[in-house]
Design a protein around this ligand. Structure first.
Ligand code: NDP
Length: 326
């Protein structure tokens, strides 16, 4: 079968399509024919060496497909089940083994590629909006990359919870997407001062919570946008990782709170994974949540997908589709 492997860290060119043996599921695993694998920023951090990996390695944490074999101890999944997952390294491949307990059933009415697109970014948006900070009606949230994978879902969840969203983005097209999803106001950071606008839009109070996925380029502006005792949620580094911060900054800027969360700690148990992923998939199934696929790439074009995601020009989910033998 075909799969993406890296033998060295580096740019998108290190992603190589190779022929490998079909893996055999262990006792608690299932073998899945992958319909689609999701491309996420963490894959680019792993590829480039920002997050160290043992090499050689496959890439891709997220996908969806149909179970084609089950391990001896698995009684919760059967051949033919449609499943999705969010934390199984090596998902960029035609087939993949996943621990049965880490798979989620895909409801009827949700296509497998949409399920693949919704898992990692959907669960992330879910924990950000419900757990890192449980958004309420009187909250104002500053949301970066509102037209992106996580951003689009986060805005929709925030609006459903009654929060007011101020989106921060780079183009008119993306601003229109954010407004269409329910953002109350949009800041164009290419021509506006983020913190100044955030203060103007909140009658000089500052926002209650910032969801910052851009990182290095925006951290200072995010801090300056918060109200006293507001919460800084730094959950990504699309522009680069934020350098070490002196905690006295939180004191000087108004007794702020800050957190740097990651998905693994919010879907650590099977129950929590099923709750978050189930909530996202059910809302998609009933039309309550809109997902947008930016582009579907053949598996062989994984490098192009990575370059596109890192360029900052995409708007929505990037998927890799394995080719099926005729
Ligand atoms: P997006 O689809 O949001 O793409 C990234 C966006 O970031 C761009 O489209 C762009 O939007 C913005 N951006 C600003 N500056 C840059 C830059 N210098 N280079 C590239 N992009 C830039 O990606 P994802 O939804 O996949 O991920 C968003 C972020 O969330 C990533 O940082 C990722 O690491 C993080 N993440 C964190 C998780 C966690 O649990 N902590 C889990 C999942 C994702 P614009 O033009 O609007 O500024």
């Amino acid at each position: 079968m075909q799969a993406i492997r890296i033998t060295d860290t580096g740019g998108p060119e290190v992603l190589g399509l190779v022929d490998v043996d079909v893996p055999t599921p262990g006792p608690d695993e299932v073998l899945v024919e992958v319909a689609a694998a999701g491309v996420n920023f963490i894959d680019t951090y792993q590829r480039s060496g920002v997050y160290p990996m043992t090499l050689p390695t496959g890439l891709g944490l997220e996908g969806a497909g149909t179970v084609v074999a089950v391990g001896d101890d698995v009684d919760t999944r059967a051949v033919g089940d449609r499943v999705a997952w969010t934390d199984a390294l090596g998902s960029y491949g035609a087939q993949h083994v996943v621990r049965a307990a880490r798979t989620v059933r895909v409801p009827d009415g949700v296509e497998l590629d949409i399920a693949a697109a919704s898992m990692l970014q959907g669960c992330t948006a879910h924990y950000l909006a419900t757990s890192t900070h449980a958004l309420r009606e009187d909250d104002t949230a500053l949301v970066y990359a509102p037209a992106g994978g996580v951003g689009r879902i986060l805005i929709q969840l925030a609006v459903k919870r009654g929060a007011r969203v101020i989106a921060v983005t780079s183009t008119e097209d993306k601003a229109a997407i954010a407004a269409g999803l329910g953002a109350d106001a949009v800041i164009d950071y290419t021509r506006e001062d983020i913190a100044q606008r955030a203060r103007e839009l909140t009658d000089d109070r500052g926002v209650d919570v910032v969801y910052d996925s851009v990182g290095k380029a925006t951290f200072d502006a995010s801090i300056d946008s918060l109200r006293p005792r507001g919460l800084m949620v730094l959950y990504g580094g699309a522009s680069g990782q934020v350098p070490p911060v002196d905690l006295q900054l939180l004191n000087r800027k108004g007794s702020l709170f800050a957190t740097r969360p990651n998905l693994a700690n919010y879907v650590a148990t099977t129950d929590e994974l099923q709750w978050r992923a189930g909530a996202i998939l059910d809302q998609i199934a009933t039309g309550g949540l809109e997902l947008h696929v930016h582009e579907r790439y053949p598996l062989a074009d994984a490098g192009r997908a990575h370059a596109d995601l890192e360029s900052g020009t995409t708007a929505g989910k990037l998927l890799l589709l394995p080719e099926r033998d005729a």
